[in-house]
Design a protein around this ligand. Structure first.
Ligand code: P1T
Length: 381
């Protein structure tokens, strides 16, 4: 099935009792059991819910995998994987990850004995060197948030698998429309469904997807035991959002190209990062590894924090807000907003400077977006 068709049909069957073409919102906490010890596959909504079950199937189908599990947020999904580790186990992560992923591992799970380190995955020798006897998972985010570094997923998978270590990919920025981690050998895909998969900035949710039955069973146990599940209504909204994923991603990318090319030509802008630009250091890898480049663009204002304040304050179409992947364009200042939990020293090493701006380019008219950026850049004096 072509991906455009899969977005609308994969994993979704008409509801069996009524034939409803749209999966109903099964807004129930529990299910009546016909007799003691007998039920219809549903006992309690933390454990299982029909709306969530359809969404989990749809998400797995879109990633080309067998099993999906949904969680209340992206962080709850990541934490479910981390919960499968034991004290003393180690996670090897790429250095430029979403600030919340760094915070979870360093400020929360480290207290429970989970070790983690964050290294530059564009240096494959360093990845290899950083593996310890206790390393259980390798965590890739590509392109990275917020500097949009592209990591060679297949090469990192080979390094991990040689030593029996599983590899997870946070595919939030690319979505399965552009990037297919399982085809590159990954063992697990994580998404913040909050972003492109839902696409309308009205839900927070996460998911984990895998082909490994043992891992699925372990994570499903954790999903029920820890209970970080999304509501049936939110599952309905993400199911609805998925139907337009392909058309939205295409338009996000078209607009991102226009925005990136516009920014390159501006004197107030020092450096533009978009994997689709030939000037991007991993352009060839991005082209080889994925079928597109996504809708996120980062750039550095030459005037630093003062320029960033003026620019963000002058925007009219772009909204100054955390998050990404919705139909509307957003502007983020990572150092103060999404990545404030990353220590300043590390931020600066990663290029998350006070002048760095991250744009989630929406699906408005590209002319309105570049005109808004132009007037906001003009306002920097
Ligand atoms: O926000 P939540 O649904 O819990 O997802 C966390 C998360 C995980 N992975 C990536 C790549 C992310 O971008 C996020 C959330 N990111 C933002 C809120 C942000 O503005 O970057």
């Amino acid at each position: 099935m072509n991906f455009n068709t899969a977005c609308i049909h994969a994993g979704v069957e008409p509801e069996p009792v009524t034939g409803a073409i749209m999966t109903p919102i099964f807004q129930t906490s529990t299910y009546v059991q016909p007799e003691l010890g007998v039920h219809k596959g549903y006992e309690y909504t933390r454990t299982n819910n029909p709306t969530r079950a359809v969404l989990q199937n749809a998400l797995a189908a879109l990633e080309g995998a067998r099993f999906g599990l949904c969680f209340a947020t992206g962080m709850a999904a990541t934490d479910a994987l981390v919960s499968s580790l034991k004290a003393g186990d180690h996670m090897l992560c790429c250095d430029d990850v979403y600030g919340g992923t760094y915070r979870l591992l360093k400020n929360v799970r480290a207290q429970h004995g989970i070790q983690s380190c964050f290294v530059d995955f564009s240096d494959l020798a360093l990845v290899e060197k950083s593996i310890r006897p206790e390393t259980r998972w390798i965590w890739i985010e590509s392109p990275t948030n917020p500097t949009l570094k592209v990591i060679d997923i297949r090469a990192v998978v080979e390094i991990g698998h040689k030593r029996g270590i599983r590899v997870a990919v946070d595919n939030t920025f690319m979505t399965p429309y552009f990037q297919r981690p399982f085809e590159l050998g990954a063992d697990l895909v994580m998404h913040s469904c909050t972003k492109y998969l839902n696409g309308h900035s009205d839900v927070v949710m996460g998911c984990l997807i895998t082909n490994h039955e043992d891992l699925y069973e372990q994570l499903k146990f954790i999903q029920n035991a820890a209970g970080g599940v999304p509501s049936p209504f939110d599952c309905f909204l993400v199911l609805r959002g998925l139907k337009t994923l392909a058309v939205r991603m295409q338009r996000h990318q078209e607009n991102a190209f226009d925005v990136a090319n516009f920014l390159i030509a501006r004197k107030e802008v020092r450096r533009v990062s978009y994997p689709g630009l030939r000037s991007h250091p991993q352009y060839e890898l991005a082209k080889r590894q994925a079928s597109g480049f996504g809708g996120m663009v980062s750039f550095e204002l030459a005037g630093g924090l003062e320029a960033a304040r003026a620019f963000a304050g002058a925007l009219k179409v772009f909204a100054l807000a955390e998050s990404l992947g919705g139909v509307e364009s957003l502007c983020d200042h990572p150092a103060i907003m999404t990545h404030a939990s990353v220590p300043r020293e590390l931020r600066e090493k990663l290029g998350i400077t006070d002048g760095l701006i991250r744009l989630s380019v929406g699906i408005e008219s590209a002319d309105d977006l570049t005109a808004d950026l132009a007037q906001a850049l003009d306002s920097i004096r």
